[in-house]
Design a binder for this molecule. Structure first.
Ligand code: ADP
Ligand code: MG
Length: 355
């Protein structure tokens, strides 16, 4: 397996890109450590597939370099890079049996037939298709075909990295969960470098040790699931991760106080906000609803199982608060913000709180 350095990579699909918005990848500079399990998370169109295809060699970047274990591979073919890639939709040989589909990448590399058989059977068990080994792939359902695709990505153990591009889209929810757990086990057992692309935060947070969040052609934050939750670096990460997402409110700073309309909110420190509009971010889990604090008017209470989400209006702004499933909304509701959950943003980027 390999360490992958993405060095100042920019990519445009246009022949003569000029402005930033002509680039599908604005500038990506990041190291995927050898043996790391990464999720690449972001909304549709933010550049996830573009980045993955640049790593595998399906695309040549407009600018920048790609290194595997320190070696420049930018001009090497997909084959020479020795990467396994699983796509969103099945890529299989319809006329071959399930078994032969899985054996193909190994036989292609002249792996001895006894090893082929062992690896193929192991993989068949993992994707739960052992009973269909001798069936022609053409006769399988769409999600079975996708499992073969996944199996083809996992069958070789000599690859530099395994890249997954939203591989479970066509798989039913229960099987999704099973396969994701197996991928995670596989990672623990063999220590593959894995990059898993998804737009689904649950998928990203359960699969990866490190989540790389992308937005509009850029990486906006790399962190553990806990870091992304507690300290979103960009307001986009705050909105995108969490359900509901972080509350983001326009404020004015006065030392250790944030003014939200006529309300004064004491901060844990004096933020060093320099340029751009200032906002206060607080997750609904840190908004305390009770009889003390700032007056709000409640517009809606949603029961979502283990807790309730309260939608309220504070100083003309919509905010969400999470309360326990047995908690009630007081008749004259007020909210307090737990200082531990307060983040301050200037021009959408988090600023340090300061002393
Ligand atoms: P994601 O995988 O995150 O949904 P993509 O990497 O597929 O995003 O796309 C990033 C941007 O590049 C989008 O604006 C998309 O329209 C554009 N794009 C992707 N593929 C092509 C292509 N082959 N030609 C032109 N533009 C493309
Ligand atoms: Mg994509």
């Amino acid at each position: 397996m390999a360490r992958i350095d993405v060095n100042h990579i920019r990519h445009s699909y246009l022949p003569n890109p000029k402005k930033d918005s002509d680039f599908a990848l604005k500038e990506v500079h990041h190291t995927f450590e050898d043996g790391g399990a990464y999720a690449l998370l972001g909304p549709s169109g933010c550049g996830k597939t573009t980045l993955l295809n640049i790593i595998s060699g399906l695309l040549h970047p407009s600018h920048g370099q790609l290194l595997f274990n320190g070696r420049n591979v930018t001009n090497l073919s997909t084959q020479e890079r020795n990467i396994a890639q699983v796509f969103q939709f099945p890529v299989i040989y319809d006329t071959m049996t399930v078994y032969d589909n899985l054996a193909f990448p190994l036989r292609n590399r002249r792996v001895p037939e006894a090893d082929v058989d062992r690896k193929v059977r192991e993989t068949l068990d993992m994707i739960d298709l052992a009973s269909m080994a001798n069936r022609k792939a053409r006769r399988l359902t769409a999600d079975q075909k996708q499992k073969i695709s996944l199996g083809r990505g996992l069958v070789r153990s000599d690859v530099n990295a395994i890249l997954f591009d939203e591989p479970l889209t066509v798989i039913d929810p229960h099987m999704k969960w099973v396969l994701r757990s197996q991928l995670k086990q596989l990672h623990r057992r063999f220590g593959y470098t894995m990059v898993y692309v998804t737009h689904d935060q649950t998928e990203a947070l359960t699969f990866a040790d490190r989540v790389v969040v992308m937005y509009d052609g850029e990486i906006v934050q790399i962190g553990t699931p806990a870091e992304l939750f507690e300290r979103p670096r960009h307001t986009f990460v705050g909105y995108f991760i969490g359900s509901p997402g972080m509350n983001v409110l326009p404020v004015a700073l006065e030392g250790r106080t944030a003014m939200l309309g006529s309300q004064r909110i004491e901060l844990p420190g004096a933020p060093k906000a320099e340029a751009g509009p200032v906002e206060l971010g607080i997750r609904p889990e840190y908004v305390r609803l009770g009889r003390e604090g700032m007056a709000v008017s409640v517009s809606k209470v949603e029961d979502v199982g283990r807790h309730k989400v309260v939608r309220a209006n504070l100083e003309g702004k919509e905010i969400a608060a999470v309360i326990g499933e047995d908690d009630e909304v007081p008749t004259e509701p007020r909210v307090r913000f737990d200082p531990a959950g307060i983040n301050i943003y200037a021009d959408s980027w988090r600023v340090e709180m300061g002393a």
